[in-house]
Design a protein around this ligand. Structure first.
Ligand SMILES: [Zn+2]
Length: 270
């Protein structure tokens, strides 16, 4: 995308990033939407096209749905994985991946950027981000239902047209391989959540990007950051409802705003 943000990057945001040695970038569905990816976790009816529209989210994205029809659920997720593989990270993903190096070049100090995402599409990794924590799992991290060890996809491209597909078996114990995303009725996995909390504790600044609303418990992260005295900025076309916890809100899309932010940082050579 080449559209410009409606306003220039705020000076307060540039100043805060230049002073930060650790930064948390917290991303939500809006980030993926700019790459043309719908909200897969919720399997929203309005984003479910064609044949899948007959199923409700519980049938496709819950432990009950899995128990009642593994082949349907596996086919659905393989279709989503196939769709994601046809998309590309946008300029906002790429800018986040460049943030640490950009700051390092500007002021000469090492900077760590931790990406914490609610998205399951791995576009941050594909853009080059090194530290990515997935609060809701990943379409690319299937695991065994029996022994929980990582599983492998069947070889070849996922076929988006299939509505019935046998899940692979675990190479260790023979159990079924399930999608690696967090379903309705499941708790968020503890390890990435703890990792995200630790990153918030250690950071100096947090960017909240593409979160369409206040979703619990994920909203705890920016709220905790605020309570700990961190600089918290939101970059969203429309405010998410976190206003009272923010140092500033910059109304911009990620794909337009973040590259402009990188350019603005580069101009601030000490
Ligand atoms: Zn197993």
């Amino acid at each position: 995308m080449t559209t410009s943000p409606t306003t220039a990057p705020p000076e307060g945001l540039i100043d805060a990033l230049l002073q930060a040695r650790r930064i948390v970038v917290f991303t939500g569905a809006g980030m993926s939407a700019e790459s043309g990816i719908a909200t897969f976790r919720s399997a929203d009816a309005d984003t479910t096209q064609g044949l899948w529209a007959q199923f409700n989210p519980q049938e496709l994205a819950s432990p009950d749905g899995w128990r009642s029809n593994k082949q349907r659920v596996w086919a659905w997720y393989e279709g989503r994985r196939g769709a994601v593989l046809k998309t590309q990270p946008h300029a906002g993903h790429l800018a986040i991946a460049q943030l640490a190096d950009t700051l390092h070049r500007v002021h000469g100090h090492a900077v760590q950027v931790d990406v914490v995402t609610q998205n399951v599409d791995n576009l941050h990794e594909r853009a080059g981000s090194l530290q990515v924590t997935h609060l809701h799992g990943s379409l690319f991290a299937p695991r065994c239902v029996a022994c929980a060890r990582p599983g492998a996809f069947a070889p070849g491209e996922p076929d988006e047209s299939l509505m019935h597909l046998e899940p692979p078996r675990c190479q260790h114990c023979g159990g079924h391989i399930r999608p690696g995303v967090v379903w309705f009725g499941e708790a968020m996995p503890q390890e990435p959540w703890r990792h995200a909390e630790d990153a918030v504790d250690a950071c100096h600044a947090m960017l909240v990007i593409g979160t369409s609303g206040v979703v619990w418990p994920a909203a705890e992260l920016p709220i905790n950051a605020h309570r700990l005295g961190k600089f918290v900025a939101e970059i969203n076309p429309t405010p998410s409802g976190l206003a009272q916890y923010l140092n500033l809100q910059w109304p911009s899309t990620a794909a337009a705003g973040l590259p402009a932010l990188i350019e603005a940082l580069k101009k601030r050579v000490a």
